[in-house]
Design a protein around this ligand. Structure first.
Ligand SMILES: [Zn+2]
Length: 119
């Protein structure tokens, strides 16, 4: 279900941006970041986004997904390290008590604008 929430978040960001566009400008793409430990997979999000965006004026706006960098800290030995997928134990001491430092699951980072005309 989160994929729908995220896709709607993208569409809201696009709608907000669209209302600020100047004449001759068009939204060409949107950049988002997805946590590597999110339950939502990039492929799922892309499919859901395409479905929902297809029903709006943003059907042709490309969704670019990058993986969020996540840093966890071990509460036993204090070491911090970046992860790019589910990790359940400390790389240094093997402890299993890890704190996630960056806890964003999904972010709309930026909307790309294309200038049309005056060529
Ligand atoms: Zn540790």
């Amino acid at each position: 279900m989160h994929d729908i929430t995220f896709a709607n978040q993208v569409l809201r960001a696009l709608a907000a941006k669209a209302s600020t566009l100047k004449k001759g400008e068009k939204i060409s793409g949107v950049n988002v970041a997805l946590s590597p430990i999110s339950h939502v997979k990039p492929g799922t999000l892309t499919e859901t986004y395409k479905q929902l965006a297809g029903q709006t004026e943003f059907g042709s706006v490309a969704l670019n997904i990058r993986t969020l960098k996540i840093v966890v800290a071990c509460t036993s030995c204090g070491v911090s390290f970046p992860i790019d997928g589910p990790v359940f134990s400390c790389i240094k001491c093997g402890g299993t008590s890890l704190d996630i430092k960056e806890n964003n699951e999904f972010l709309v980072e930026s909307v790309e604008i294309e200038r049309l005309g005056d060529a």
